[in-house]
Design a protein around this ligand. Structure first.
Ligand code: GDP
Length: 185
């Protein structure tokens, strides 16, 4: 189902989303393509930054969460308020892909998400780094996404390869998320 073009006479619907992933995955750089007022130089997010922007007929409220080890425990503060999740994976970070898997699993099994329907946009970022990156298939296998699709039917999942540096894949991913959240009410 396609997203309708925004009509200036109709107030855009609102969507609250939590953006998670390990530190350095590229979360803030991805969001910088969507928020007009973010600086061009991205600094590490201290704790959490709330971003508002209107795109694709949706008024977005996105919690950009810090992904450093100590801050990850704070992600769940935002889960009860989120209709969608953007989980960003650094496709070039082989050393920490299993850590990303553990964090994603913890999110999926969290009581705030375990039983309700929600949309999960998985952004496989830094695909511009060529042969230094893992392929989408490799990452999907490591993250056991096939198993997820069978075992957690409450999750509407979309996997999107992207490069936040080049700005590719971001629009496709967020359009899908807008669509998915709209069809699940
Ligand atoms: P965050 O900690 O997840 O918010 O990550 P940042 O957005 O701060 O990005 C961390 C670093 O990765 C920065 O130096 C970015 O310039 C770099 N980066 C982000 N996205 C990409 C990408 O798609 N490709 C490459 N090559 N570097 C990226």
């Amino acid at each position: 189902m396609g997203v309708m073009a925004s009509n200036p006479c109709v107030a855009p619907r609102q969507a609250s989303v939590v953006c998670c992933g390990l530190d350095n995955a590229g979360k803030s750089t991805i969001l910088s393509h969507l928020c007009d007022d973010l600086p061009s130089v991205i600094h590490p997010t201290p704790g959490m930054a709330l971003q508002h922007f209107i795109k694709y007929g949706v008024q977005w409220r996105v919690w950009d969460c810090s992904g450093t080890g100590a801050s990850r425990g704070m992600w769940s503060l935002f889960y009860p308020h989120a209709a969608g999740v953007v989980f960003v994976v650094d496709a070039s970070d082989r050393d920490r892909i299993s850590c990303a898997k553990d964090e994603l699993e913890a999110l999926l099994l969290h009581p705030d998400f375990r039983k309700r329907h929600f949309s999960l946009l998985l952004m496989l970022n830094k695909m511009d780094l060529g042969e230094n990156t893992m392929s989408a298939v490799e990452i999907e296998t490591i993250l056991r996404l096939k198993h997820l699709q069978v075992s957690q039917r409450n999750v509407d999942l979309h996997v999107q390869s992207c490069s936040a540096i080049k700005g590719t894949g971001i629009e496709e991913g967020f359009r899908w998320l807008a669509d998915s959240m709209s069809s699940s009410g």
